[in-house]
Design a protein around this ligand. Structure first.
Ligand SMILES: [Zn+2]
Length: 235
C-alpha cells in the first residue's frame, strides 16, 4: 500500500478538498487547520485507511458495480474513511478502455479525488460541528428518500468541487461512474445550479430539524430565505 500513498500528495486532490472545506469553514463549521504542515492539506481530515480489498459486497446487480461508495466508505461511528485502492485501480482501468488517449495514472488520481471528495462530504454533513445546529448522530439510511438525501448532498458537493476553474478534472469520469450507479447518486442534479453556500445554509437548518429526507430538504428553501433552483430532471 505504501507505494500508493503519493496519490495523496497530488496537488489537485488536496487543493480541491481544501477549496470545498474553505466554504464550510466560512459557514462556521468547526474545521481544524493544521499548523506546520506546508506540504500537505490545510485542514484535519478523518483518519483514512487504504484497503486493497477487492471483494464486492453480496450484490450481483451489475448496475451497482461501480457506485462511489463501493470504492470508498465513510464510517459514521468510527469517523473513518476507507479507500478501496485496488477497486479504484480496476475501475480506472475500465474507464481508460473508453479512450485510448487516457493516461491510467491520471485516471486513478482523478477517481481517487472523486471518491475522497464524496466520502469527506459524508463526514462534514454528519459529523462536523457547526454553530446553531446539531450533528446527525443517528444516521438514517434506510428509505429511498434518506439515501437520496445523503448521497444527493455528497454528490452535489463533489460535482461542484469538480467544476473548480483553478484545478480542472475530467468531469466525464464522474458522470460515467454515476451511469453505473443507482439513481440516488444522480439526484443531486435537481439542485446542481445552486451555489454551494446556499446548500450549506440549508444543511445547517436541516441538521437543526433532523431532516434526512431529500424532498423535505428541498422544501427548506421555501421556509428559509431565498429560493433554490430546481432542475427539470426526471429522476
Ligand atoms: Zn455516498
Amino acid at each position: 500500500m505504501n507505494n500508493l500513498k503519493p496519490i495523496f500528495q497530488e496537488y489537485y486532490i488536496k487543493n480541491l478538498i481544501d477549496l470545498l472545506l474553505d466554504k464550510f469553514k466560512n459557514a462556521k463549521f468547526q474545521l481544524n487547520e493544521i499548523s506546520n504542515n506546508k506540504e500537505f492539506h490545510k485542514y484535519s481530515w478523518p483518519n483514512i485507511i487504504l484497503s486493497d480489498e477487492i471483494t464486492l459486497t453480496n450484490n450481483s446487480d451489475e448496475t451497482e458495480k461501480w457506485n462511489i461508495d463501493k470504492l470508498g466508505k465513510y464510517n459514521n461511528k468510527r469517523r473513518e474513511i476507507t479507500l478501496y485502492i485496488q477497486k479504484i485501480i480496476n475501475v480506472s482501468t475500465a474507464y481508460q478502455l473508453t479512450d485510448i488517449n487516457l493516461n491510467l495514472n491520471k485516471v486513478i488520481t482523478e477517481i481517487t479525488t472523486i471518491v475522497l471528495l464524496h466520502e469527506i462530504t459524508h463526514w462534514i454533513v454528519t459529523s462536523v460541528e457547526v454553530e446553531n445546529s446539531n450533528l446527525y448522530n443517528k444516521h438514517k439510511y434506510r428509505s429511498y428518500q434518506q439515501k437520496c438525501f445523503h448521497e444527493g448532498l455528497a454528490q452535489f458537493f463533489t460535482f461542484k468541487s469538480l467544476q473548480s476553474e483553478l484545478l480542472s478534472i475530467d468531469v466525464n469520469i464522474f458522470h460515467w461512474l454515476n451511469i453505473n450507479s443507482p439513481t440516488q447518486y444522480s439526484i443531486y442534479a435537481q439542485l446542481k445550479d445552486n451555489e454551494i453556500s446556499t446548500i450549506i445554509r440549508m444543511l445547517i437548518v436541516a441538521r437543526k430539524k433532523d431532516i434526512q429526507e431529500w424532498d423535505k430538504f428541498k422544501e427548506l428553501a421555501t421556509l428559509s430565505r431565498g429560493t433554490i433552483k430546481t432542475g427539470i430532471y426526471g429522476i
